[in-house]
Design a protein around this ligand. Structure first.
Ligand SMILES: Nc1ncnc2c1ncn2[C@@H]1O[C@H](COP(=O)(O)OP(=O)(O)O)[C@@H](O)[C@H]1O
Ligand SMILES: [Mg+2]
Length: 221
């Protein structure tokens, strides 16, 4: 299988005053193309810390990370920024759509930033996920579940190799959570590696592989 991400011996500490808090302690991890992996674990166990590092938002750590076969420490800030924009999509608990733009315009935003805006492709993405009817609506006039799905399509717009989802169903009811999980499964089927953090055990079980964050490491559930 094509490895998208390979991590060995990842450690991360935060400094608070004179104290060092060790959050990740020699963690190993890998994910392949088209794989759907979930991470569960108590609040404060380091899940978001891990996702921030994997998503190239935090580069203060020790250990080795290879993304698409390239060692992260060999990349400069500009290379990482391009890698992030082209190859990594993010979905968070709260949808963060821009309120003054339509759903389609929101979805097109990451492509426009790359100079590759093409509304027909954004519409195609909406159609593939059965959401064509909300394309021209503003975020304020669609439901919470639809907003989260739109944010997910925005994250998928540049065809990322890796989709990082931090509690994507945390703010949704059971029905809408199920819909988002179906969407994530579909994204994996289209070849994106999906890495999801969740509090919900049922959601975690929908993945190909569920991992538990504890003691600064990821272990099979
Ligand atoms: N920027 C920061 N500075 C200091 N401590 C932090 C910071 N971010 C997170 N932490 C601490 O690191 C631990 C892990 O946090 P986090 O990764 O957010 O956990 P989770 O997402 O699993 O709830 C917690 O003890 C938290 O207080
Ligand atoms: Mg968190």
């Amino acid at each position: 299988m094509d490895k998208i991400l390979e991590i060995s011996g990842l450690s991360k500490a935060y400094t608070q005053g004179h104290e060092q808090i060790l959050v990740l302690e020699g963690l190993d991890f890998h994910i392949s193309k088209g794989e759907f992996v979930s991470i569960v674990g108590p609040s404060g166990s380091g899940k978001s810390t891990f996702l921030n590092i994997v998503g190239l938002l935090d580069d203060v750590y020790s250990g080795e990370i290879r993304l698409f076969g390239r060692k992260l420490e060999d990349l400069d800030e500009a290379q990482k920024a391009v890698l992030r924009l082209k190859n990594i999509g993010f979905v968070f608990q709260f949808d963060s759509l821009l309120p003054e733009f339509t759903v389609l315009e929101n979805i097109e935003m990451p492509a426009r930033i790359l100079g590759r805006g093409e509304p027909a492709r954004g519409r195609g993405l909406l159609e593939r996920f059965g959401l064509e009817e909300i394309a021209d609506k503003l975020p304020m006039s669609i439901s919470g579940g639809e907003k989260q799905r739109a944010a997910m399509l925005r994250a998928l717009r540049n065809g990322p190799a890796l989709l990082i989802a931090d509690e994507p169903t945390g703010n949704l009811d059971r029905h809408n959570s199920g819909v988002i999980l179906d969407d994530l499964r579909r994204a994996a089927g289209l070849g994106t590696a999906v890495l999801m953090v969740t509090h919900n055990e049922e959601a975690a079980r929908r993945a190909d592989r569920a991992l538990h964050m504890a003691g600064g490491k990821l272990n099979a559930v």
